[in-house]
Each structure stands twice: as structure tokens, then as C-alpha cells.
Design a protein. Structure first.
Length: 440
């Protein structure tokens, strides 16, 4: 019997890419591939790329360049590029890096087994189509291997919003929602293999409108269906758009006990002028009213956000409006970035803010966000929270898990198992985590 082939996948970017990498590994499992721990051990290397960050394509070309020596030493090694950079660059990747054997976009990775056969026959394989068939339907059932206590589950892909700074509509395509029955089947399968918490994923997840028995379901209705899955203890979702935060979803935060009190709700800017130029289709005031309704439904909810600093034409007054919004909302955590151009997007053609000025604004904004995060974490000290234990800690008898509010919690003298839900009293707060002890 021949030895199994080894696959090394390096994943960049968002949680959806993490989920996609799992499914790609499963698809190639059909061809006899098992996981390689390092690129050096692999028979195939697959880079699952993200196009959100600055100079994303150039970073991938640089990464590919580091594999030239490995390819020379192992001529049979196959190298592929997947994900959003693959979708955006297509044939150009093979032109610039001829050693690349395979390029596949995020909507076509269900075709990987056929593409693998092609490259093993000495041909190149390129597929960056937006196929009509449902890739999830074409993928084989997930293997029954034991899983950790948390998992991602993609329920929606693509985006119809066309924000002026974003490439997602071009790399992931239009909004598509998976049918509810397929999501529920996959969720039950994950639970059978040890998963206790599922995070529902989508580029615009709260725009979910998947087919159900009696018509399309909203995200809230899907969550209530998942609430009935025995053994599933926690539900989360990300990423949301403020305009799709409908009343039934807000209500679910107050009434569905499995839906965790954490919400990532990007706003990007506190300036109405900049929001309009971003094509965000909401205002600072409308965003604040949504936050008000959410907190009325679930007063203890922890909010997370996204912010872009130095967007074209942003003035100091516009930036101050963002700081004012942050002061009003008070975020438990947030992601903040200095604007960088994405070729082909409307904002790339506009007058740019001075780079040094944008960098200085980002520092001020991050200082404010860090203070808010620190204050909210410190407010947790003395409280009792639920913690899903995910792995042993570095210290003897210590376990690490995530609280209801998605804080990382180190639990001392913990005689529980991975996958257990524990009640924990928070005793201390550090930079990016909390420390607690079991409630006896």
C-alpha cells in the first residue's frame, strides 16, 4: 500500500477562510490526502488567501517565492493558490509564478478533486468561475472524526452592498444563502462529533434568507431552528451589517438562551459624510439607534466593531465624529485599520489622506478602543460567567476557554474536561484575557 499524500494548507484572513480550508482539506481527502504539519513535509501546498489587507496579492507572490527552493528539491510537489486573491488575480498568478500548478476561487473549491487529477497528469488547473451549482451540495459529507468544542459553519456568502472600499462583491460574488435543512444537517453532524458551540458565518450573515420548509428563513428563524439541536449549547454569528439587524434578530438576543451576548456590528466611521462616500447606506444616528435597541433587548451584550481611519476625504472633524461615536457606544473589542486602496474599487480613484496623518489618527483611535476594552474587561472581575473549556493551559491544572462574551479565560485548579461548560468567577483581568476560578 502506498503512503498517503500529505496536504499543507496555509490560511489567511477571516473565519470564512478557516471554514473553507477545512472543506478543501475534506475534498482532497477523497484523493488520499492527509494533513501535513509543515510545508516541508507536503506533497501539495495550498495557500487559501484573503484580499482584504493592504498589498494582499504581493504578499502571496512573496510567499510563493519562498517555496521555489522546496519545489526544486521536490519536483513532484504541487502548489496551489485558493481564495480571494486567486479569484482576483486568476491566470496572472501562474504567469508571475510559473511553478504554481493550481488556482481556484472561493466558489469553485468543490472541484478540487478533479483539478488535482489534472495537475497530477502534468497539466495546469485554473477555475475562478462563479458556478451555478451549489458548492456545498457538491461537497461530500463531512468525515466523522472527533472535533474540538467549537466550529465555524458558513450559512451565507457574498455581498450586495458594494461598499466603496471593499473587494468582497467582486471576489465572493452576490449574496447567496444556504438552505436551512443543509445547515441543520451539518450542525447536527458537528455536534455528534463533539462540537458544543457553532459560529454562523457570512460576509453579510444577518442578510441570511435561506430556503426553509415554508419559505425563506431569516437569520433569527434559523437560530431558533438551531436552538432545538440537542447538544448544541452556544450559537454566535458574524459578520453583520447594521441595515440588516432586523427586529426579530434583536429580539432573539434577549430571548434565545443559546445565542451568546456578543455581537460584531461594524460601523466603519462615525461621520455621515464619510459613511455616504463609503456607500454604507446607514448614518451614525441610525447605527446608534440599532445599538440602543440591541441593548434594550440584552443589556449585558458586548459589542465589537470595525473602523477604517483615513478614508479618502476624511477631515479631522470627520475623524472626531468617529471618536465621539466610539465614546457613546463603548466597545468591548474592535478591529481598526488605516485605509489602503483596493484596485478596482471606487475609493481607490479618490484623493487620498496623507499617510502620516492617517497613521496618527489610527494611533489615537486605537488608544481609545484599548482603554474601552481594558475598562470592560476590568468590569468583569467578580462576576460569574459561563466558560466553554477548549484546551489545557500552560500551567499545571489550568484550562483555557471562552466566556459567554468571547473573552479568553484562564481557569486555575480546573478538574474539568475539554468541551465542558463551567461556571467561573472572574478574579483578574490582563491585557487580552481574564483569569478565573471554578465555582465549587
Amino acid at each position: 500500500m502506498s503512503a498517503p499524500k500529505k496536504l499543507f494548507i496555509k490560511t489567511y484572513g477571516c473565519q470564512m477562510n478557516v471554514y473553507d480550508s477545512e472543506r478543501m482539506a475534506e475534498a482532497l481527502g477523497e484523493k488520499g490526502y492527509v494533513e501535513a504539519k509543515t510545508a516541508d513535509d507536503a506533497d501539495m501546498i495550498l495557500l487559501n488567501t484573503c484580499h482584504i489587507r493592504e498589498k494582499a496579492a504581493e504578499k502571496i507572490y512573496s510567499e510563493l517565492g519562498r517555496f521555489k527552493g522546496l519545489k526544486a528539491a521536490k519536483p513532484d510537489l504541487k502548489i496551489g493558490v485558493a481564495g480571494c486573491v486567486a479569484q482576483a488575480e486568476g491566470q496572472e498568478i501562474m504567469r508571475r509564478q510559473p511553478m504554481v500548478d493550481l488556482v481556484v476561487g472561493p466558489q469553485s473549491y468543490h472541484r478540487l478533486p478533479e483539478m488535482e487529477t489534472k495537475i497530477r497528469q502534468g497539466e495546469k488547473a485554473l477555475d475562478t468561475d462563479f458556478p451555478e451549482e451549489d458548492k456545498f451540495e457538491k461537497l461530500k459529507s463531512r468525515p466523522k472524526a472527533k472535533r474540538g468544542p467549537t466550529a465555524f459553519l458558513t450559512v451565507q456568502e457574498g455581498c450586495d452592498k458594494f461598499c466603496a472600499f471593499c473587494v468582497v462583491p467582486y471576489t465572493r460574488g452576490a449574496e447567496v444563502s444556504r438552505p436551512a435543512d443543509r445547515i441543520l444537517t451539518e450542525a447536527r453532524d458537528l455536534v455528534e462529533r463533539g462540537v458544543r458551540e457553532i459560529t454562523l458565518l457570512g460576509q453579510n450573515v444577518n442578510a441570511y434568507h435561506g430556503a426553509g420548509e415554508n419559505g425563506d428563513l431569516t437569520l433569527a428563524q434559523l437560530i431558533w431552528q438551531l436552538d432545538k439541536v440537542d447538544g448544541l449549547e452556544r450559537i454566535r454569528f458574524t459578520t453583520s451589517h447594521p441595515n440588516d439587524m432586523m427586529d426579530d434578530l434583536i429580539e432573539a438576543h434577549g430571548t434565545c438562551t443559546k445565542l451568546m451576548p456578543y455581537l460584531h456590528l461594524p460601523v466603519q466611521s462615525g461621520s455621515d459624510k464619510i459613511l455616504k462616500r463609503m456607500n454604507r447606506s446607514h448614518t451614525a444616528e441610525s447605527y446608534l439607534r440599532v445599538v440602543e435597541k440591541i441593548r434594550a433587548a440584552r443589556p449585558d451584550i458586548l459589542l465589537s466593531g470595525d473602523f477604517i481611519v483615513g478614508f479618502p476625504e476624511e477631515t479631522e472633524a470627520d475623524f472626531q465624529a468617529t471618536l465621539d461615536l466610539i465614546e457613546e457606544v463603548k466597545y468591548g473589542t474592535a478591529y481598526s485599520f488605516k485605509y489602503s486602496t483596493r484596485p478596482g474599487t471606487p475609493a481607490a480613484e479618490r484623493p487620498q489622506v496623507d499617510d502620516a496623518e492617517a497613521s496618527e489618527r489610527l494611533q489615537r483611535l486605537q488608544a481609545l478602543l484599548s482603554r474601552q476594552q481594558r475598562e470592560i474587561q476590568e468590569s468583569m472581575v467578580g462576576r460569574e460567567v459561563g466558560v466553554l473549556l477548549e484546551k489545557p493551559g500552560r500551567l499545571p491544572g489550568q484550562m483555557v476557554g471562552k466566556s459567554d462574551y468571547l473573552h479568553s479565560v484562564h481557569v486555575s485548579d480546573c478538574n474539568r474536561e475539554v468541551g465542558d461548560l463551567a461556571r467561573v468567577r472572574i478574579m483578574a483581568s490582563s491585557t487580552n484575557s481574564l483569569a478565573g476560578e471554578l465555582i465549587r
